[in-house]
Design a protein. Structure first.
Ligand SMILES: C[S@@+](CC[C@H](N)C(=O)[O-])C[C@H]1O[C@@H](n2cnc3c(N)ncnc32)[C@H](O)[C@@H]1O
Length: 231
């Protein structure tokens, strides 16, 4: 069973999400367990202070190192420890796979202006970013990482919703999907999908996946072309 630890100032942001839909079902089936801890619980002063002014000046408060170190000590975890961070490496499918095959994943959520750099340096944490934009806190990013990882755990998705046909699974974007009705407001479902010819349908989907990847994500297309083909 995968254990996902989260250190956050806002545990309430996780309660509903981790209990709902696929993430909740995975926990109920004991395929994953979530331990969400409150950073303030690892302070020792009356005001439960987690932040302080930045050395060198400047606007905004910086999260102090001690509560993060104590939380990680208390959880007794080793790598991978991830600090969600706008200056991190971009989180990608390969990272989700790497975390999904592990036993434990620990996510540290920043907030306010920044997190003291010693958290990353001292805990050997990797910094991962969700994209080239800035969130107010690491919580939405942590939830995205958890969702991307948990849906890859064996047994979490049924055959009918398998991750293998999804974008990025095999390096390509997924082809478009259609459902009933066959025609709506002058927009028709591609005839091949109504043909019942499974070979033709598979060929159309493969062509569409390649076309979309080539047009929208030349970076992925190049990587896909470089990858050794399966025997
Ligand atoms: C307001 S942001 C701090 C941004 C920081 N001053 C910077 O310029 O990189 C507060 C917290 O939100 C989280 N965060 C912000 N943008 C993120 C992103 N793109 N990906 C992941 N986490 C992010 C981080 O945990 C960060 O410590």
């Amino acid at each position: 069973m995968l254990t996902v630890n989260v250190v956050t100032l806002f545990p309430e942001m996780f309660s509903a999400s981790l209990a709902t839909s696929i993430l909740g079902r995975a926990a109920a089936q004991r395929l994953v367990r979530y331990r969400v801890v409150q950073l303030r619980d690892y302070t020792h002063d009356r005001h439960q202070t987690v932040d302080d002014y930045a050395y060198g000046g400047g606007a905004g408060m910086v999260l102090k190192p001690e509560p993060f170190f104590e939380a990680v000590d208390d959880l007794r975890v080793g790598p991978p420890i991830v600090l969600l961070s706008a200056r991190g490496k971009r989180f990608a499918h390969e990272d989700a796979v790497r975390f999904a095959v592990g036993k434990e994943l620990t996510l540290l959520c920043g907030h306010y202006k920044d997190v003291d750099q010693r958290v990353v340096d001292g805990l050997g944490a990797e910094e991962l970013s969700l994209g080239d934009f800035v969130l107010s806190g690491g919580e939405p990013a942590a939830l995205c990482v958890i969702d991307a990882v948990v849906r890859l755990l064996p047994g979490v998705l049924g055959d009918h919703e398998s991750a293998s046909g999804d974008s990025h699974y095999d390096g390509l974007l997924a082809p478009p999907s259609y459902t009933r009705p066959p025609s709506y407001r002058g927009l028709d479902v591609p005839a091949v999908l109504l043909s019942g010819d499974h070979e033709q349908i598979a060929a159309w989907r493969a062509r569409e996946a390649e076309r979309l990847t080539r047009e929208r994500r030349p970076d992925l297309w190049m990587k896909y072309g470089d990858a050794p083909s399966e025997q």
